[in-house]
Design a protein around this ligand. Structure first.
Ligand SMILES: NCCCC[C@H](N)C(=O)NCC(=O)O
Length: 550
């Protein structure tokens, strides 16, 4: 008897479903960091000092971690299914984003709402005492309202993240699942790079600074993300109608099923590895540009020259798109000559991109290469996991690279501070290797989760892992800041006593100890990786096996 073919058996339709989900995540990742590259403008235009800026940025994880929203999101996903939760998450992200946009818009200035926020939300009983409040006395009203919007957005974006992962499992399980997840993540990384380049671009467009333009750009993209989810809704509905499967209905999810996830040793190892590894990456990403500014000496190009202008930004972004497209296309051809051509174009593009970053003499443009390598190689590594397996080994290898990179930044890079080319070269090589690590781990970690838990609790499993991960993403940016202050008492005192200006202080920090702390996270992740590989072998979890059923 021949089995009835469904939408997901058609590769074009399956990949179209992925494209919708991945584009929605691309837009969400752009919004996630929309204010990160314009910290200086938020200070000059809206009076947000580092504390206000950092508190607002940290609010993203607040409801997820401390009000357990992510856990509820997982339960909603497992109870209501992918298409409902996709729409819900798209709507929640958009609401949060619009609030954040209004907070930084001109219209908010002088409004009654501004007065209310100035006089209220100074204290959250319980949270304040623990030092985890997203608001404080004296925080600018615009930063408070932006924090409210960003925490709502944070709920939506993490909900979208687990929904998209579950959606990919639904369409790709037993097929090229790691390639699909790798491609989705590659597009998300391209989102981060897009934001780094276009947020300052929109804020300064036409020579007049308006920070709300950057946020408005992000809001428009989130509207597009919602449209993507709406189109996906109908595809998903059709698939369920064909398979008659409706996983959610056949074996309804019960809260007690979460116990099954928590009793899986493999799940705990993956969750621990995830929080340790990502805590050494995302929080580092927030400080990396400043770390480079402190460890390298830059001679900015002359004002008005080609290298100082916007044209070079657009050219760099186009090169980035070409590198991403050629590296992605590499996965879909078996012709050796075409593979060589695509690889050559990618490598030349990468070299030109790095050269342009060097000529621009700015830490942001040098660090911009970080997501680029991940864009290029995450899908390639995903394909390796699909066809050859070895996910547990890749997790270990990714952790080793992470340790090597953070130690290089801590101990080798500072030795080259006075060497204009040497320092930049070491920075580039280390960032590229870190980018490779940032491809190895996500490409092997996320597709391993379906091997550890039952399909019907997969949403809750991803939610629990994200929740544990979010604790690290909340804690480590804070810890890096504290270690930085405690290990640089001279800079802190000189700044307090007005011996140096804030601008001088900003580039005078010694990052050795925060970097050693991040390298230790890598060591812990490596140990968990070794244990995971051992457990996989003993219990036969299948982590080292290919995903594609031959
Ligand atoms: N700024 C927070 C980033 C959240 C990331 C999300 N929970 C996640 O882990 N996504 C997978 C990835 O590799 O980006």
């Amino acid at each position: 008897m021949t089995e009835k073919l469904t939408l997901r058996d058609n590769a074009a339709v399956r990949w179209a479903a992925l494209l919708l989900l991945a584009l929605a995540m691309f837009c969400s990742y752009i919004f996630m960091d929309i204010l990160s590259p314009i910290k200086d403008l938020m200070q000059s235009e809206r009076g947000w000092d580092s504390l206000a800026f950092g508190t607002m940025q940290g609010s993203e994880t607040f409801l997820n971690v401390f009000v357990f929203f992510l856990i509820f999101a997982g339960i909603i996903l497992d109870k209501m299914g992918v298409r409902f939760t996709a729409l819900l998450s798209g709507g929640v992200m958009l609401i949060g984003a619009v609030i954040k946009w209004y907070a930084v818009a001109e219209g908010f200035k002088g409004s009654g709402l501004e007065a209310w926020f100035t006089n209220n939300l100074n204290y959250i009983p319980g949270f304040d005492e623990l030092g985890i409040s997203p608001f404080y006395q004296g925080m600018p009203a615009s930063a408070k309202l932006a924090a409210v919007g960003f925490m709502i957005f944070g709920c939506g974006v993490e909900m979208a993240g687990i929904t998209v992962s579950r959606g990919i499992v639904k369409w790709f399980k037993g097929r090229e699942i790691a390639l699909a997840m790798g491609s989705e993540m590659a597009l998300a990384r391209l989102g981060v790079a897009t934001c780094m380049i276009f947020s300052p671009f929109f804020a300064k467009l036409g020579g007049q600074v308006d920070v709300s333009r950057s946020v408005a750009f992000g809001v428009v993209l989130l509207m597009i993300a919602l449209i993507m989810f709406i189109v996906y809704f109908f595809m998903d509905k059709k698939l369920d109608a064909q398979t008659g499967e409706a996983e959610e209905k056949d074996e309804p999810f019960k809260i007690k099923d979460i116990g099954k996830i928590l009793s899986s040793g493999g799940f705990w190892l993956v969750a621990l590895l995830c929080v340790l590894y990502y805590s050494a990456i995302f929080p580092f990403q927030k400080y990396a540009v400043n770390m480079l500014q402190c460890n390298l000496s830059f001679t900015p190009p002359a004002e008005g020259s080609f290298w100082a202008g916007n044209t070079v930004t657009i050219i760099q972004y186009c090169i980035m798109l070409v590198v991403a497209a050629t590296a992605f296309a590499f996965n879909f051809t078996s012709k050796k000559s075409l593979k060589t051509l695509l690889l050559t174009i990618s490598v030349i593009g990468l070299v030109v991109f790095c050269y342009m970053g060097y000529m621009r003499q700015s830490a942001e443009t040098i660090f911009a290469v970080f997501p680029l390598l991940a864009v290029g190689i995450t899908p390639i590594l995903g394909k390796v996991v699909d066809n050859k397996g070895k996910a547990a080994s890749m997790l270990m290898f990714g952790s080793i690279l992470l340790i090597v990179c953070h130690l290089t930044f801590a101990f080798i890079l500072p030795l080259f501070k006075d060497s204009a080319i040497g320092g930049v070269l070491i920075a580039y090589v280390t960032i590229l290797i870190l980018g490779a690590s940032f491809s190895l781990v996500p490409a092997s970690l996320w597709p391993s989760v379906p091997k550890l838990v039952d399909q019907k609790v997969i949403g809750s499993a991803y939610a629990l892992i994200f929740w544990i991960q979010n604790i690290g993403l909340w804690l480590f940016p804070l810890l890096i800041g504290k270690v930085l202050d405690n290990t640089n008492p001279q800079v802190v005192n000189d700044l307090k006593n007005h011996v140096i200006t804030p601008e001088q202080a900003a580039v005078s920090y010694n990052y050795t100890w925060p970097l050693v702390m991040l390298a230790c996270l890598g060591v812990a992740a490596l140990i968990i990786g070794i244990i995971l590989k051992r457990v996989d072998k003993v219990k036969g979890l299948g982590l080292e096996l290919p995903n594609v059923q031959q």
